[in-house]
Design a protein around this ligand. Structure first.
Ligand code: GLY
Length: 587
């Protein structure tokens, strides 16, 4: 095996002497830092970025990106395009795109003002702390994940109407029309979308006995190239197009939704729907070095956690150490361990609990938090105090990033929680409902479907929003837009966004390379670092293991990023994840 780097010693901006890998020569950039195997690459694959001058849409589906681009070309701004993409995703990417779910928007206008909109679902008015427990106080398996009781009151339609009313330039009718067309005329299935529909057929029949939604007329398996027509969804979208939010939260759609709930022991009522409103919130804003990070505040934990993670590693020379070398991974993992412990303890709906955002992201607090870090060995997660054990969340969420010709930027992450949510398809409406209630802690100390163990800050209460990890983020440099970032991935959202940002800012990757780059993840508990195959060299693995880190290679992938980078000459680089159908379209 060709020896590609030397071991060196360097003094590392911390009081400790740190052993780090040093490149023999610089000519191959960060490849040099990665491996002692010349065939190994740091990337999932070699997809190249999309470059354009006037506008860029990066989303999870080529049709949704095309729709966004058409809106931009028509003279719509980033918010117009975002509304069109959100509704298009509900048609073309039904596992996560939605009108029956919720999400978060970070918007940076070209004058530098920033805005965030929380359109996360809420617990129904009849919801309560013990709604998923039996008489003995035990969690009833599946109740918060499958079927009608698993849904929170959807927020996406109100969110889009609210964003459009404040910032939209084109008419509401124009921005909804592409999704109506897609539902009516049909969407050609990608191999991935076809596989997804085939995989859920049985459970969909169990939850919606006899339904013909999402079935081929001859009931055979979906194949790549088949066309999915969604007539009832087209009618719902038309009602929304005609009446705005009222087309969903009142009138026929609200009636059929509430009726479906009642008939099936769900508890979302017409009053719940009528009273749902999304909320403008103050962004979490902070500097990382000379970059300004604008990100989502609670009800998502994502922004607070991201800011903490960046600031915890800020003193360390990640760039000098190199991408995914043992020292770089070690400080990033130790930051993650502490931040996820904080997430479990402090984060919840700020309309219900006091979340100490400024304190959590302050340098003083973080310095204190870092005190027990020792480069000699892994910190024991059990010794890191925090509220509860965080576990895995759903990987089925979706993110899109948009920049328009005037430099307005939108970053939206939106979800049904699990893939296809609760698997409930509203009868007469043809759309999936979320199973977001499972993002609450259904019982203190008991893990939910993805291993989350809850605490008081995130317990269920009527009209309360469940905690999220979604991390739509925008980065500025010198007062100018630099990057729009986000991904699905449940609890891995935060760490994927973190790595993608550092890949660009510290390791000099292009946007697409940063997206392609293999990822890793630690979330305090369980105390292990999961990583995509190839993310660490055998040498790095050995060194980390010697210090007591438990490493677990994943069979699957981490993250499905859709991001945009503004290059120094103003050119936009769209980076969409090759791990999915994700596509950037620019003009
Ligand atoms: N349902 C995943 C999240 O909101 O983080």
């Amino acid at each position: 095996m060709k020896k590609k780097y030397l071991l060196g010693l360097l003094l590392a901006g911390s009081p400790l002497l740190i052993q780090a890998q040093q490149p023999v020569k610089e000519s191959k950039g960060f490849y040099q830092f990665l491996t002692d195997d010349p065939t190994q690459k740091p990337f999932y694959n070699d997809r190249e970025g999309v470059f354009a001058r006037n506008g860029m849409v990066a989303s999870a589906h080529p049709e949704a990106s095309r729709v966004g681009m058409e809106i931009l070309k028509k003279g719509g701004n980033a918010v117009d395009a975002a509304v069109a993409v959100q509704f298009a995703l509900a048609v073309v990417h039904p596992s996560a795109g939605n009108i029956g779910g919720g999400g978060f928007m970070v918007f940076r206008a070209n004058d530098g003002q920033n805005y965030t909109l929380d359109f996360r679902e809420k617990a129904p008015l009849k919801g309560g702390k013990d709604m998923y427990l039996d008489e003995q106080g035990n969690v009833i398996p599946g109740l918060s994940t499958l079927g009608h009781l698993a849904s929170g009151v959807p927020g996406s339609v109100d969110g889009m109407a609210t964003a459009h009313a404040r910032f939209g330039k084109l008419s509401w009718k124009e921005v909804i029309q592409p999704s109506v067309d897609l539902a009516e005329k049909g969407v050609v299935q990608t191999a991935r979308e076809a596989r997804g529909l085939n995989a859920i057929r049985e459970v969909v029949q169990k939850v919606n006995p006899g339904t013909t939604y999402f079935l081929k007329p001859d009931k055979s398996d979906w194949q790549e190239g088949d066309t999915l027509v969604q007539k009832d969804l087209a009618k719902v979208l038309t009602a929304i197009q005609k009446k705005g939010r009222e087309g969903f939260y009142k009138g026929k759609v609200a009636r059929i939704l509430a009726k479906d709930m009642k008939k099936n022991t769900g508890i979302i009522s017409r009053k719940d729907l009528k009273e749902y409103h999304s909320t403008w919130r103050e962004a979490v804003v902070g500097n990382y070095k000379n970059y300004k990070v604008i990100t989502m505040p609670p009800t998502s934990s994502g922004g607070v956690a991201l800011m903490q993670l960046l600031r915890l590693v800020e003193p360390y020379p990640l760039k000098t150490w190199g991408w995914n070398t043992d020292s770089t991974v070690q400080v990033m993992v130790e930051a993650e361990r502490r931040v996820y412990a904080d997430r479990a303890k402090f984060l919840g709906d700020p309309d219900f609990v006091d979340v100490p955002v400024e304190k959590l992201i302050s340098y003083e607090y973080l310095k204190e938090r870092w005190k027990d870090f020792d480069f000699a060995h892994a910190t024991d997660s059990k010794a890191v105090s925090g509220g509860a054990i965080a576990g895995y969340e759903s990987l089925e969420t979706t993110h899109f990033s948009i920049v328009d010709k005037d430099g307005n930027a939108v970053s939206i992450t939106t979800t049904l929680n699990g893939g296809y949510g609760s698997k409930v398809i509203v009868k007469g409406g043809g759309f999936f409902m979320n199973n977001e209630m499972d993002d609450f802690s259904v019982k203190a100390g008991v893990p939910n479907m993805f291993g989350l163990i809850g605490n008081k800050a995130n317990e269920i209460a009527p009209s309360k929003r469940m905690l999220s990890s979604m991390t739509p983020t925008i980065i500025e440099k010198d007062g100018k837009l630099l990057m729009v970032v986000g991904t699905p991935g449940g609890s891995t959202i935060i760490t994927s966004v973190y790595q993608t940002i550092l890949n660009v800012l510290e390791h000099g990757m292009t946007m697409q390379q940063a997206v392609n780059a293999l990822k890793f993840h630690h979330q305090w508990l369980p105390d292990k670092t999961m990583f995509e195959a190839g993310a660490f060299t055998p040498n790095t693995i050995q060194k980390l293991q010697n210090k007591g880190y438990i490493l677990e290679q994943q069979r699957g992938t981490i993250g499905r990023m859709d991001c945009i980078l503004v290059l120094p000459d103003g050119t936009l680089e769209g980076g969409s994840d090759p791990r999915g159908d994700d596509t950037s379209v620019g003009y």
